[in-house]
Design a protein around this ligand. Structure first.
Ligand SMILES: C[S@@+](CC[C@H](N)C(=O)[O-])C[C@H]1O[C@@H](n2cnc3c(N)ncnc32)[C@H](O)[C@@H]1O
Ligand SMILES: [Zn+2]
Length: 178
């Protein structure tokens, strides 16, 4: 009797994404297949280092334009994603993103926020922390080129809104001349 052989091979699906030149900046990551909302796409991997070490590795004062591969985990640590196996490092920022980055037990995962069609560039909102007072210089240094109609102009997190006082101040009955 002819023996049934199991080839041991699993049916391979085509790649979910590819890396190629982006209109936003440098290289980017593009969907190759349809990606569904909530789908986990890729892990942002790299070397876990202290924030102090990150400051030593990347001296922003010496950069003309911001360019790093750092992802903040918490007040003490970040991931330096500048390792060849980390494809997620090439995902650009968008102010109107189709992905989000989620930290789960010190690991960073990129999830789809919406339906993403093949050929569309993946992007999440970097929301870089605003440090420093010279807003104009910061916005120039962290300039955003996502091209979205919702673009904030910079890849920094939007400025924090002042919290409204719990009780509204009594309005003056008099009209102001303004
Ligand atoms: C982790 S890299 C992303 C991959 C990058 N395109 C590359 O080829 O290296 C992060 C850097 O890409 C650039 N970048 C990402 N999104 C951007 C955007 N929307 N506008 C301008 N620069 C962006 C910034 O320089 C940022 O520091
Ligand atoms: Zn933008």
């Amino acid at each position: 009797m002819k023996q049934q052989r199991n080839s041991g091979r699993r049916e391979r699906r085509s790649a979910l994404y590819e890396i190629r030149k982006s209109n936003i900046q440098g290289k980017g990551v593009f969907a190759m297949r349809r990606i569904r909302p909530g789908q986990r796409i890729v892990e942002y991997t790299g070397e876990k280092i202290t924030n102090d070490e990150a400051d030593k590795r990347y001296d922003e004062d010496k950069m003309k334009r911001h360019h790093t591969f750092l992802f903040t985990l918490n007040d003490d640590y970040c991931i330096d994603g500048d390792v060849p196996t980390n494809k997620a490092a090439l995902i650009n920022h968008s102010c109107d993103p189709n992905c989000e980055a989620v930290i789960e037990d010190d690991r960073i995962w990129i999830y789809a926020l919406k339906n993403i069609q093949p050929g569309v560039e993946l992007a999440y909102d970097y929301q870089y922390e605003r440090t420093g007072d010279d807003i104009e210089a910061l916005e120039k240094f962290y300039v955003c080129r996502c091209g979205s109609p919702k673009c904030r102009g910079s890849i920094m997190a939007p400025p924090k809104k002042r919290r409204k006082k719990k009780k509204a101040a009594k309005r003056s009955k008099r009209k102001t001349s303004r």
